[in-house]
Design a protein around this ligand. Structure first.
Ligand SMILES: C[S@@+](CC[C@H](N)C(=O)[O-])C[C@H]1O[C@@H](n2cnc3c(N)ncnc32)[C@H](O)[C@@H]1O
Length: 256
């Protein structure tokens, strides 16, 4: 049942219910190329640039995998669900570093899922590949030890993002969300002014600017979880210079 502490979650600012005027100004409903189906080439360039960057030696996938594997460190043969997996770089790391894990690799975009299915990852004996919507997960309650949604929540408007909290904590004992950090508003304004001129020429910058304007603050993430279900607890594990990291669980699971 939805808690009614936030009457109109759809209108909540990305900076959270108490966001300042400046912070509310620095958000947008504009879609990234990654969210659109009318710009195939630009979308392809963005997803491949993200994938290349993520797979580098000190890339984000290795760091995200470390965070995810910490959450299931004590779980034997963990069943992990990756939502919004893009081209699957994070799942590949999870499989490599936990030789007893089974990983279900999913994304909303059937083209990405198809590409994973045709790659070596698609033939991995401990990988299951599926198309899946993180806001309406096609899986039974409690089927996974961990659901991971990395660098993707900001793509969703607040009402859908709250559904991810509800669904992720329904199908998995723990839901791990890793996403871009929302910068403090004055710093955000300066960075946007410096980067904005490059958005027409660099597709990744175009999507990066929109991403930063759509990133949720910790207060917003708490509000989304509370709206999804009063019994969801969130724990922040954000490191000093890293992305926002939040682990959500239903109260019974959090206690366990
Ligand atoms: C910025 S990409 C991140 C991909 C991957 N997690 C990574 O770190 O490279 C965002 C991904 O979220 C996916 N996505 C957007 N809305 C979604 C939804 N409702 N359910 C599942 N995936 C979704 C997109 O298709 C895209 O692959």
């Amino acid at each position: 049942m939805m808690a009614d502490t936030i009457p109109d979650i759809a209108r909540m600012p990305r900076g959270g219910p108490g966001a300042s005027w400046l912070d509310r100004t620095l958000q947008t409903d504009r879609l990234e190329y990654l969210d659109r189906n009318d710009v195939d080439e630009l979308k392809d360039r963005v997803v491949r640039a993200l994938d290349r960057g993520g797979r580098r030696r000190h890339g984000i996938y290795g760091k995200c995998a470390q965070v995810a594997l910490d959450v299931v460190a004590d779980v034997p043969r963990p069943k992990i669900l990756e939502l919004g997996a893009g081209l699957g770089g994070l799942s590949e790391q999870l499989l490599r570093h936990r030789p007893d894990a089974e990983v279900t690799i999913t994304d909303l975009d059937p083209a990405f899922v198809d590409e994973i299915a045709r790659s070596d990852l698609g033939r991995h004996p401990r990988a299951i590949i599926r198309t899946m919507d993180a806001t309406a997960i096609d899986a039974p309650d409690g089927g996974f030890d961990l659901a991971v949604f990395a660098l993707s929540l900001h793509h969703l408007p607040p009402a859908s993002a709250a559904r991810v909290f509800a669904e992720g904590t329904r199908v998995a004992r723990k839901l791990l969300i890793i996403d871009l950090r929302r910068p403090p508003a004055p710093l955000h304004a300066v960075v946007l002014a410096a980067v904005m001129p490059f958005t027409p020429v660099i597709p990744l910058t175009h999507d990066g600017v929109i991403s930063s304007m759509r990133a949720y603050s910790p207060a917003a993430l708490k509000a989304l979880a509370r709206h999804a279900a009063a019994e969801i607890e969130v724990e922040f594990r954000t490191r000093r210079f890293g992305p926002t990291v939040v682990v959500a669980a239903r109260r019974s699971e959090a206690a366990a």
